[in-house]
Write a protein that binds this ligand. Structure first.
Ligand SMILES: [Ca+2]
Length: 425
């Protein structure tokens, strides 16, 4: 059953004119070679287009029955919002003609930066899209790896990407680049983190989340190597917490004996990180194997219980409480089958109605979005977003901008788009 939606829209927010879709040039396919072709290829929940398994588990209590604004609906700027029901949404295609736009970063000045997994960094401003020249030498773009997570702070752009020089082992790394005012180039400034394991490209993470204190969270993948998630010297299958100069942000919170940059461990492939408004807690989202995608709340130093067997046997629980009784259980799990959950963002602003404060989770295989209504850490309701249900294919990243609009990237392989999703009055 679909969530109940508001039927009375009293005042429409300003018309959302299309800002001009801009088709762009053929993406750079990347230049790397496979650093470890023997690595387990495994099922490619993140690499293939299509899939289309809609494992939605809609609930029928996604808001109170009946439409219409309630008497005590807050009024803001001439717009009345019913806090009891999920909003109807307007969906605008802002960029199109893309190839796997991995991440999106809307800036306060209206500029939107986008990474494509093949290696391009794009800037969209005033209805135009242009490529931002980067010096990502030896980018490894294959399978699930390539140019991935993106974070922006003023004129500094942080990029997480797979890197493979011809004469040495590759890795996944986070680099800082200085963006020019005209957005034509982003020059390498610093390597913030390197040495995140890379094999075939499978399970490469990599999500970046800047914190208010200027530190950086990095969600990594286990590189389809069974040793990595529980290895406290490996940066794979972890959430890292670093300063932007690369040092450990909070060494006292790392697991005992661990690399001090490690915040949490025992993860499979973290592609979602989001800070909960009000509590500041960090929620992470990761892909399950055949079952049990997970949403977790990060507790510093904790184990999240992923430990595949020899030969990367994935027939183990996503949170193995038999082997790791102290492992932290997920606050939400997809069950069977997985949706291939990827990015996540909290919905902020009363325009989101009943979904204000909820966690929006993008799904690749599920080709849609799940919204989890939370009471603290507890998921109290779960709904689908009708406007995004199969409409645009596989969804990768979700990011909320300062105006409360949700930016969403698709991951279909070609003709991909970046969407701006806003509640309708
Ligand atoms: Ca787990």
């Amino acid at each position: 059953m679909r969530p109940v939606r508001a039927t009375a829209v009293l005042v429409l927010l300003g018309a959302l004119g299309v800002t001009g879709c801009s088709s762009t040039a053929t993406p750079d396919p990347g230049t790397g070679t496979t650093p470890d072709p023997s690595a387990s290829p495994g099922p490619a929940e993140d690499a293939t287009a299509g899939g289309g398994s809609d494992a939605a588990t809609d609930t029928d209590d996604a808001g109170t029955a009946g439409g219409g604004a309630t008497e005590d609906a807050p009024t803001t700027g001439g717009t009345t919002v019913d806090p009891a029901v999920p909003p109807e949404l307007d969906v605008e295609v802002v960029l199109d003609g893309l190839a796997i736009p991995w991440d999106v970063a809307p800036r306060p000045d209206g500029t939107v930066l986008v990474t494509e997994r093949g290696g391009r960094l794009l800037a969209h401003r005033d209805g135009r899209t242009q490529e931002v020249a980067t010096d990502l030498d030896h980018l490894f773009a294959s399978g699930e790896a390539g140019l991935m997570g993106l974070a922006v702070e003023e004129d500094t752009v942080y990029l997480c990407h797979a890197w493979a020089p011809p004469d040495g082992p590759g890795d996944v790394r986070v680099t800082a680049h200085t963006l020019t005012e005209d957005l034509t180039s982003a020059t390498l400034q610093d390597v913030v983190v390197d040495g995140i394991p890379l094999t075939s490209g499978r399970h490469s993470g990599c999500r970046l989340l800047l914190q208010d204190d200027g530190t950086l969270l990095v969600g990594t993948g286990d590189a389809a190597d069974e040793a990595n998630p529980q290895d406290l010297d490996s940066l794979g299958g972890k959430v890292l917490h670093v300063r932007t100069d690369g040092g450990a942000a909070d060494p006292a919170s790392a697991p005992p004996g661990a690399d001090p940059r490690i915040l949490t461990y025992g993860h499979r492939n973290v592609q979602g990180l989001a800070g909960q408004p009000g509590t500041g807690e960090i929620f992470s989202v990761e892909h399950g194997p055949a079952v049990d995608d997970e949403v977790n709340v990060l507790e510093p130093g904790a184990n999240y219980g992923w430990a595949p067997g020899p030969g990367y046997d994935e027939g183990v629980p996503m949170t193995d409480l038999e082997r790791f009784p102290d492992a932290v259980e997920a606050v939400w799990s997809s069950g069977d089958p997985t949706h291939a959950t990827s990015g996540a963002a909290f919905l902020e602003g009363e325009a989101w109605g009943a979904w204000e404060g909820a966690l929006a989770v993008a799904e690749l295989k599920g080709s849609g979005m799940t919204v989890l209504t939370l009471d603290g850490r507890e998921v109290v309701d779960e709904a689908r977003v009708p406007e995004l249900e199969g409409t645009y294919g596989r969804l990768r990243s979700v990011v909320l901008d300062d105006d409360g609009a949700l930016w969403v990237t698709t991951s279909n392989g070609s003709d991909d788009v970046v969407l701006r999703v806003t509640p309708r009055g």
